[in-house]
Design a protein around this ligand. Structure first.
Ligand SMILES: CC(=O)SCCNC(=O)CCNC(=O)[C@H](O)C(C)(C)COP(=O)(O)OP(=O)(O)OC[C@H]1O[C@@H](n2cnc3c(N)ncnc32)[C@H](O)[C@@H]1OP(=O)(O)O
Ligand SMILES: CC(C)C(=O)C(=O)O
Length: 528
């Protein structure tokens, strides 16, 4: 039997594989169902409604295999109130260590009149017969008066009482069409608890649909009134707008233990992995802002929130991400973010900018965020690199140069550089061409030799006075760096670009010479 000893322990009845699978586009094959069923067992659900065995040979086989292979939870099969359905369900679940049959019959006037075409008396008889037939085969029988929330209260109480008398061990009160609202649903549960004889011998269960977006709220309201089984599905999948989302109801009970005083047997850290597994199996994506398992559920973009989160996560999070299986909260950078979050991101990316540098990056970040929806780490790196690049102290400045090239002459260059101490350094060298000669001369003056691995020039404007851009990719101490410079003279553009790389290397060497205690933003110097 399923009645837990602890009166505050809620039985989690998962119907992902039955009601969940009824949602269009969510059909699963046998292997997928087995995989989900094992996941549900690991998650710690108490009951797995594995399918509706009469529905198809495939459904029967799935329920049967789950009953055979998944040991731990109660394995349940659904049946209408007729002999064939009940016997088929009994056959499917019989191999489970703890089998259950779930029989249902609609009780509301609209279903009686238009769907079943049965009188109240016929409904009572079919319900009693159904429960008895199930009880004859399996000791654990759940009965559901379908569309209970739209059923006349007195008749609902009568059907439920007769089902108890017939041997039902769990009484489920479905809000089949998601019509209930929390106070109304709580009233129904309270009324049944007060008026139905023998109801205390059964577990009172709730099964809610989300047509008005109230499935979880209604379930919680019923649990507060004394229901002790909640029927739900992973990601809230199910007919139409879905069922009560397991992850939401479980985390609500856990987070608001102070209010409900109820517990479940769920290992909440497996919620996200199972949610993802189900999405993959069904192809049904979880909406980004879905509670608990949505991509945004633990993501913050607003600067004021990010600042609060960095100071103390409790300011804007009521659950810890790791409690649902997420490694950490995400601070998403976007147009609403502030300096605190940007600083954190920049630091996570390995930069150590000064306040002044950060402010400059922040300004360009805001301009970028206005234009761009998603800001990636690479965007932030580019902004930080640009800022660092601009703030590198220029040790060497090009003062003058000449170069010679032509048929029958050796390509040569003479270069004059000014160091930042004001001294002028001059030298000359040969090369494979005039530009190579300029680079060689710069090497001789500065004492640094770069290995150029890529070199390109292109015109960046039009006409005879077009600006030429020189692009250089070079290697120094095993690290690659690129730069570009623009001039109307392509040899000068090349010399400027090369000198820019030399300046970065020099800055890096200077940094290495500085003591760690110096009040300088050392790591702001890009590595070469
Ligand atoms: C609220 C819920 O989620 S209930 C579960 C709903 N899930 C499903 O329906 C999915 C699986 N269903 C199926 O594969 C098919 O509907 C089957 C195999 C069960 C039945 O198929 P069919 O025999 O062709 O009947 P069909 O689905 O067209 O109609 C349902 C019949 O069951 C009857 N019925 C509905 N609920 C019940 C019930 N709880 N007890 C007895 N009979 C019922 C209907 O009145 C109708 O009977 P009728 O043929 O005499 O008019
Ligand atoms: C079979 C019952 C419990 C059902 O799925 C519903 O009423 O929604």
């Amino acid at each position: 039997m399923t009645t837990p000893n602890d009166p505050n322990r809620v039985i989690v009845f998962d119907t992902t594989l039955r009601d969940g699978e009824q949602s269009p586009g969510c059909s699963m094959n046998l292997n997928e169902k087995l995989e989900i069923a094992h996941g549900l067992k690991d998650l710690g659900v108490d009951v797995i409604e594995a399918g509706f065995p009469i529905a198809s040979p495939g459904d029967f086989e799935s329920v049967q295999e789950i009953a055979r292979q998944v040991d731990g939870p109660i394995i349940c099969g659904l049946a209408r109130c007729n002999t064939a359905d009940i016997d088929r369900a009994a056959d499917a679940v019989k191999h489970a260590r703890r089998p259950r049959i779930h029989v249902f019959l609609a009780t509301s006037a609209i279903h009686r009149e238009f769907k079943l075409r049965m009188s109240r008396e016929e409904i009572l008889k079919r319900a009693i017969d159904g429960v008895k037939r199930a009880r004859d085969q399996i000791a654990d029988v759940e009965f559901s008066p379908e569309d209970a929330s739209r059923t006349e209260l007195d008749f609902l109480a009568e059907v439920v009482e007769r089902a108890v008398e017939a041997g039902a061990t769990t009484l489920n009160i479905p809000d089949t069409v998601g019509y209930a609202v929390p106070t109304h649903y709580a009233d129904i549960i309270r009324h049944l608890k007060k008026t139905v004889r023998g109801i205390d011998k059964c577990v009172l269960s709730v099964h809610c649909h989300n047509d008005l977006g109230l499935a979880v709220a209604n379930s919680l309201a019923a649990l507060k009134e004394g229901a002790r089984q909640v029927e739900c599905t992973i990601n809230g999948i199910g007919e139409r707008a879905g069922n009560t989302a397991l992850e939401e109801v479980v985390m609500a009970l856990r987070t608001r233990q102070d209010y409900y005083g109820l517990t479940t047997g769920i290992n909440s850290r497996l919620l996200l992995p199972l949610s993802r597994k189900l999405s993959h199996a069904t192809g049904m994506q979880v909406q980004r802002n879905k509670a608990i398992v949505g991509q945004n559920a633990f993501a913050h973009e607003a600067g004021i929130h990010q600042d609060g989160m960095l100071k103390n996560p409790n300011t804007y999070e009521i659950m810890r991400p790791e409690d649902i299986g997420l490694s950490r909260t995400e601070l998403v950078l976007g147009k609403h973010s502030g300096r605190h979050a940007l600083r954190q991101k920049i630091s996570d990316l390995g930069y150590h900018l000064s306040d002044e540098q950060l402010n400059k990056v922040f300004e360009s970040f805001k301009v970028l965020a206005d234009r761009k929806k998603d800001i990636y780490d690479a965007d932030i790196e580019a902004l930080a690199d640009t800022q660092i690049h601009e703030s590198v102290q220029k040790v060497w400045k090009l003062q003058a140069f000449t170069c010679n090239a032509g048929t029958g002459t050796l390509p040569s260059a003479a270069v004059s550089l000014e160091r930042n101490d004001g001294k002028i350094h001059r030298d000359a060298a040969l090369g494979d061409g005039p530009i190579d000669a300029v680079f060689n001369t710069i090497d001789r003056i500065t004492g640094i030799t770069l290995k150029v691995v890529d070199y390109r020039v292109r015109a960046v404007t039009f006409g005879g006075d077009a600006q030429g851009e020189a692009f250089i990719e070079a290697e120094y101490a095993g690290k690659k760096v690129t730069t570009r410079a623009v001039s109307t003279d392509i040899v000068e553009a090349s010399a400027l670009a090369y000198l820019d790389l030399i300046n970065r290397v020099t800055a890096r060497q200077d940094r290495d010479r500085l003591k760690p205690t110096d009040n300088v933003s050392h790591d702001a110097v890009p590595s070469l």
